[in-house]
Design a protein around this ligand. Sequence first.
Ligand code: SF4
Ligand code: SF4
Length: 440
Amino acid sequence: MADNVGNSDARPDLDLDEAFGDDAPTIDEQEMAEAEAGCGEVAISIPLGGHPAGVERQRHGGARSMGFRPGGGAEALAYQERTGIKAPRIIAWEITRSCNLSCAHCRASAEFGHYHGELSLDQIKSTIDDIVTISNPIIILTGGEPLMRPDIWEIVDYAHEKGAMPVIGTNATLITDEIAAKMAEHRIPRISVSIDFPTAAEHDEFRGQPGCFDQSIEGIKIAKRHGVGVQINTTVTTLNADKIDEIHDLAESLGVDAFHIFMLVPTGRGSDMLDKELPPEEYERVLTWAYHRQKTSPLHFKPTDSPHYYRIIRQLAKAEGKKVTREEYGLDAMTRGCLGGITFCFISHVGDIQPCGYFDMQLGNVKEKPFSDIWTESKVFNDLRDYNLLKGKCGACEYKAVCGGCRARALELTGDYLEAEPYCVYEPPGWTGECEGASE
Ligand code: SF4
Ligand code: SF4
């Protein structure tokens, strides 16, 4: 039995060898892929092997070679040996909820101003001290707008000093030459920037602030000039689903390193946008388009928060007579759809821990209990690591090891994070039950 994803002893039926034959990745490959792939609303990949267009052989999705290996340090390996649980490889950390914009789909419903109870610099440092006893993760500093936090460079330096890899998720509207120079000076390898439409008028209306498109584009250009890598993230809704190709071309013309599309998960302010979420069939169409667009994209291009993309890859590859190998499909062959609670988690501005930013359930608070204890002991985390607990058609699905469905969406729409993913059209062979949640 191959232990390819998540916690080995929690998944007695996981058998990728049986499901995918020679396509099954090795443990090491899987670990590396998960570490770089990321998941969650601010997922970011870091430039470990240069621009994907520059590698000798362009792979599906623009996969690259590895350098820094999050979750691969001595402490992480010892932790895994001791507990049988994988160490966190990517942590998205909302270091402030304050933001200079007020975007319609914002998970955090962030606004400008001080938020009571935000973690102090000392609390952040002591949490980092605890995290590095079990892992050396990528830490995505996000918000709100993380650049609004005056001590951000101290946080960045401290994370580096302790062996973690800090990156920044920003709206880029505040990036000046001075800020970009600081990013380079403080060794930020990459930032992620959200662009949701190809034109200023549409983006500004969606983001709620005239001029923010031009400011973000300028911020991206400045960051690139200072040698900081840039990833563009786009949240896909019914408003922009037919414009993704144009946004991809904009990203390419800007010379950025990566382009990730995110499927709207209706929590936070985004819950007001439930009617803007793509219906399941359209969701499937966009992910199918992404599969084909990846073949020629020079960017590191991948869908995120779209777990069944990893089912679609295998279905389409099979139809083309191909095997989903590392050589051909790069990281997509090796990672899993939902990594929340498995190798990824989220820390809120006040220190609450969640499987991801969209998963609206607090599993503990770092002011009251060490991060490492919450990661190890939380029932919800341990449930998410045991794919046998999945219910409905996800529980019956032969792709659950590589997909697993979006647990945040299941929680939001059914009240049970282990229920079937409500936005998947797939019917596993032999499955006769009804899918709860959205109509299909
Ligand atoms: S049924 Fe669930 S596990 Fe299977 S592909 Fe759909 S979302 Fe993924
Ligand atoms: S629960 Fe959904 S949004 Fe959260 S990490 Fe998993 S796929 Fe992404």
